[in-house]
Each structure stands twice: as structure tokens, then as C-alpha cells.
Design a protein around this ligand. Structure first.
Ligand code: ZN
Length: 245
């Protein structure tokens, strides 16, 4: 079976459509595994939720998803993120609100735990250092964990026999067959990449040959930016899409 791993769509319809078209061109997937932050920052929250819901999928809650429905406070958000959360809240209709409110903090699929931030703090913690990654390996029971939140494609590896942890940029093809290695994987961001590459980032898990494939997909950044300016969303949020930061 094949599963598409998508994180941090962030109301970016053009990016989501491009990723789904790319996925379909590669033979599709049985199920989409979404790592949260479907909404926030971008101009198309409702259509992104709708498009996701048209496909077999599962999804965990992101901080932006719950902020947009008032389930958590935005005190920890920067000014632009808080303004976008407020704008998003005003767009959402009852079925969208119900959907986002009901998202779980954590899910398990086969040998994977799915969370937005980290298994220790699913909504808020960023896994961006070896020390934080290493601590988190004791907070989930499956072999591997999938995370989003930092919008950067990366793989943290924990060697169970030596208890050593290292990390690599998520390669085009990563094998899960290595004995005694647990992984925390981030597929990168669909709708707001932050690793200096503006192309949408996602991954496909092929559980028969135990590999994860990482893909980058160009999309119409200018179209998304245009919609953001029309909606008077903070200019900084539109600009960053062009640079992937
Ligand atoms: Zn995010």
C-alpha cells in the first residue's frame, strides 16, 4: 500500500492541488496522512479542507487548526500568524469548524505515530535539534513518528543499540529496512516551505518495499500571493512563499 504524507498545507490551494496532481501522476495513494495545519496563513482555508475531505485521509490537529476554531489561544503566535488566524476564523463555516475541532492530537497507522509538532507536545513543540529529537524518541511506542510544524524536510534517526541520534535532510528515497533504527520524519511543508526551496514538499510511504520517497513540486506561487493580497492578509506571509522561508 502507498500512503501520501502531507503536512502544513496552510490554506494554500494551489500548492495542495499541485501536490495531489503530482501524487496522482505517480499512481496515487490508498490514504492521505495529514500532519496538521490544514489552515492558517493562506487564502483558501475552506477549499483546502474540502479538497482534503474528498479523499480517504486521516489528519491530526495543528496549532493553526485549533487556533482558527478558538480551541486554543493565539498568545504564542507572532503578529502576522495571529492576524491570519483571526481572518481564517471569519471564513470558516460550521462544517469546517466541526471538522477542525474534531481532529485528534495523535494517530497511529501501522508502525507510525502521527503528530503535528512532537509526540511529547503534539501542538507546540518544534523538533529542530538533535537534543529535542532524541528526547522525543521515548514519547511514542511505534517504531517511527511523522511530524510537521517546522516545515522543513528532515529525518532524525535513533540507533536503539547505541542510543545515538543523528539527522539528515530528507533524501529522495529513504529505506525503513535498517535494523535497530527508529525514525522521526518530517515531509516538509506543502503550503509554506521553510527550507529555502519554495516548491511544495511531501512524501509517499510505500509500506511493501518499506521506503519513503520525498518529492518537491512547483506550484503557482504568484496565484496564491495574489489571493492573499486580495484578502489583505499580512504582506510578509505572501512574500515568504516566493523564497521558501
Ligand atoms: Zn505550520
Amino acid at each position: 500500500m502507498r500512503y501520501a504524507i502531507l503536512g502544513d498545507i496552510h490554506s494554500n490551494l494551489e500548492a495542495l492541488q499541485a501536490v495531489l496532481a503530482d501524487l496522482d501522476g505517480r499512481g496515487g495513494a490508498t490514504e492521505l496522512w495529514c500532519l496538521g495545519d490544514v489552515v492558517g496563513y493562506g487564502p483558501e482555508p475552506r477549499r483546502c479542507i474540502e479538497l482534503l475531505r474528498q479523499r480517504p485521509h486521516c489528519c491530526v490537529a495543528g496549532n493553526h487548526d485549533w487556533a482558527a476554531v478558538g480551541k486554543i489561544d493565539t498568545w504564542d503566535f507572532n503578529e502576522a500568524a495571529a492576524a491570519a488566524a483571526e481572518w481564517t476564523a471569519a471564513q470558516l463555516q460550521p462544517p469546517d469548524i466541526e471538522y477542525l475541532k474534531a481532529l485528534p492530537l495523535q494517530l497511529q497507522r501501522g508502525s507510525f505515530t502521527l503528530v503535528h509538532g512532537s509526540p511529547r507536545q503534539p501542538l507546540w513543540e518544534y523538533i529542530m535539534s538533535l537534543a529535542v529529537a532524541r528526547d522525543n524518541f521515548s514519547h511514542f511506542e511505534t517504531a517511527h513518528c511523522l511530524v510537521g510544524h517546522s516545515h522543513a524536510p528532515v529525518a532524525y534517526r535513533y540507533y536503539v543499540h547505541t542510543r545515538v541520534c543523528d539527522h539528515i535532510e530528507l533524501p529522495a528515497k529513504l529505506s525503513l529496512k535498517e535494523e535497530g533504527v527508529r525514525l522521526i520524519l518530517n515531509p516538509g511543508g506543502v503550503g509554506q516551505p521553510r527550507d529555502g526551496d519554495p516548491r511544495a514538499s511531501y512524501a509517499i510511504l510505500d509500506d511493501e518495499d518499506a521506503t519513503v520517497h520525498h518529492y518537491r513540486v512547483p506550484y503557482d506561487v504568484a496565484a496564491t500571493q495574489h489571493k492573499m493580497r486580495e484578502a489583505a492578509l499580512p504582506e510578509r506571509l505572501a512574500m515568504r512563499l516566493a523564497y521558501g522561508f
